[in-house]
Design a binder for this molecule. Structure first.
Ligand SMILES: Cc1ncc(C[n+]2csc(CCOP(=O)(O)OP(=O)(O)O)c2C)c(N)n1
Ligand SMILES: [Mg+2]
Length: 554
């Protein structure tokens, strides 16, 4: 395998030798891999990394948060948004274990990130020093790689390898920890070369087979998922879809590759498209519960992934291929034989228009209490094309998935298949840093907000304006409805009514207001966008307006 050099953001060049304490070395490696921000919460076990960031020239930004989950979710979202691994630095023991959910989420979503953990000193290991925990065995099942860099001499090569692994397909989280005594020690060595494995080209015979299946299909559907964006294939994908005239659905970070309203975008007719298709080609997303485990009526199924291990082992596939996704689309494009799918596309467009007409009613609902859909009726027209929309919640975010159709890829962050509540504040912090001039909107369920709302303090301290919109139905809505359905009653599903979460945000130094009248949502959103500060629009919604759900995801 040959290596390619990724753009180096730091001053180090491969010919230079670096010397310094392990924190300085680690920061130099991270910078060489394009890292701009270190997300963290203080702990003495990782002080040398802070010293390395402060003394780097120029200094590396340290973004300190109120809960390690926020640091790790921010690193994960940075990886998703920028396609450069995000970096979280978590102190030993509880700092690391607080980051585990976000690491698992990155593993499920294929998000590139590196987590550097503090670790109790090696020279006291086994004697009971503070927070002495062997962390890699805890992390290993939820990461691409998890290991200890046992001495200062291992930091340069070990961290270089960590970033290379995290950032190459199939992307994911890599964890390393360094014993505290070694982290304070100094070493020197060659500067990191910051290489990644060269992309693997897809097999030509497999592309021939897929092209032949497409040429023979009369009702094909293409599904574009997160890895199409992660692998940098969004332009090649759109070029191919338009040349082929292929009806397309998008999910995860793939949303926006076909901008909302595109004549080949069939997401609003998803049910019909997947039920009536005779060929479904799924690219860059697993055939999991979100795609009915790869069974779409009688349709033949093709699975395309960025690497072999991502190809489905359970679905019965008519063909599959793995490799560099831009090359897959360009390869299919070169083999395109021009089938006529105009009638099928027109049928789907009719269904899309009918769906949009049905949506229009709820989007403008005057109901009291407010129907959550009305919030999107007000929000969507206010979104600019480069807006980043982050979802953290249950039903409220499912409604967003239905009504928000991004205009560009890379601007929609949902938790992905791990579905972890609490990712929102970290993701919004990351979005604000990654896209400084874009609108950043964080959609919060009232339940989800409880996991991370204290990190509004982080937004305030670091002057990061984010518009937060809450669908406050005083419940864990996504669980309340299904429990009612299964048992005829619900328990552990209610939250306190009409809690003034906007007052919490104000107490932390941001702004906000409560909205109970549907006509006041729009003006409140305008005030939020104008505030240039963290601002929460707390919309009291109807708990009975549950999201119409076909599956519980199991
Ligand atoms: C960390 C975590 N805990 C629990 C769940 C299970 N869960 C999924 S959705 C949901 C309800 C979310 O409530 P809220 O954020 O208020 O959104 P709503 O459904 O009410 O719109 C819960 C508890 C989860 N996905 N993640
Ligand atoms: Mg709720």
């Amino acid at each position: 395998m040959t290596d390619v050099t990724v753009p180096a953001a730091g001053s180090a060049t491969p010919s230079e030798d670096l010397s310094g304490h392990a924190g300085e070395l680690a920061v130099a490696v991270a910078r060489a891999h394009g890292v701009e921000t270190l997300f963290t919460l203080s702990g003495a076990h990782v002080f040398p990394l802070y010293d390395g960031a402060v003394k780097a020239d120029p200094p590396m930004r340290i973004l300190d948060v109120r809960h390690e989950q926020t640091a790790a979710f921010a690193a994960e979202a940075t990886g998703k948004l920028t396609r450069v691994p995000g970096l979280a630095v978590l102190t030993a023991g509880p700092g690391v274990t607080n980051g585990v959910s976000a690491i698992a989420q990155a593993q499920f979503a294929g998000s590139p990130m590196v987590v550097v953990g503090g670790r109790a000193p090696q020279n006291r290991w086994g004697t009971g020093s503070l927070q002495e925990l062997d962390q890699p065995p805890i992390i290993a099942p939820v990461a691409k790689l998890a290991r200890t860099l046992p001495t200062v001499a291992d930091v340069l090569p070990g961290l270089d390898e960590a970033f290379a692994q995290a950032g190459s397909s199939h992307r994911g989280p890599v964890f390393v920890d360094v014993p505290m005594d070694e982290l304070f020690n100094s070493a020197s060595g060659p500067a990191p070369v910051a290489t990644r494995p060269a992309p693997v080209e897809p097999d030509a015979d497999a592309l021939d087979r897929i092209a032949a299946l497409l040429a023979g299909a009369s009702r094909p559907v293409l599904v574009l998922g997160t890895d199409v964006w992660a692998d940098g294939a969004e332009i090649a994908a759109l070029r191919y879809v338009e040349a082929a005239g292929l009806p397309t659905l998008t999910n995860g970070m793939g949303r926006g590759i076909l901008p909302g309203g595109h004549p080949l975008l069939a997401t609003k007719a998803r049910g019909k498209a997947l039920k009536e298709a005779d060929l479904v080609v799924v690219v860059g997303t697993p055939l999991d519960f979100r795609l009915s485990y790869g069974v779409f009526g009688d349709a033949r199924v093709v699975h395309v992934a960025d690497s072999p291990a991502q190809l489905s082992g359970h679905a019965s596939l008519a063909a599959s291929v793995s490799g560099h996704l831009p090359s897959v689309f360009d390869g299919l494009h070169a083999r395109f034989r021009g089938a006529d799918w105009a009638a099928w596309t027109a049928e789907l467009q009719d269904a899309v228009r009918a769906g949009a007409a049905r949506d229009a009613e709820l989007l403008s609902a005057e109901a009291d209490p407010i129907h959550p859909a009305r919030i999107y009726g007000e929000l969507v027209p206010r979104l600019e094309s480069d807006a980043v929309v982050v979802g953290d919640g249950g039903d409220f975010v499912s409604f967003a998935g239905k009504y928000v159709e991004p205009q560009r890829p890379g601007g929609w962050l949902d938790p992905g298949p791990y579905g972890c509540l609490g990712a929102g504040l970290g993701a919004a912090i990351a979005a604000r840093l990654a896209r400084p001039s874009a609108q950043v909107v964080l959609l919060l369920g009232d339940g989800a907000a409880g996991f991370s709302l204290m990190d509004v303090d982080t937004l305030v301290r670091h002057r990061l304006p984010v518009v937060m919109v809450m669908g406050n139905n005083s419940a864990w809505g996504l669980e309340k409805g299904p429990m009612q359905m299964l048992y005829g009653y619900d328990v552990a599903a209610d939250l306190a009514p009409r809690t003034a979460y906007d007052e919490v945000v104000k107490a932390l130094g941001g702004g906000g207001e409560t909205v109970t009248d549907p006509r006041q949502i729009g003006p409140a959103l305008d005030r939020a966008f104008a505030a240039n500060a963290p601002y929460l629009v707390n919309v009291i919604t109807d708990v009975d307006a549950a999201y119409p759900r076909a599956t519980f995801g199991i």
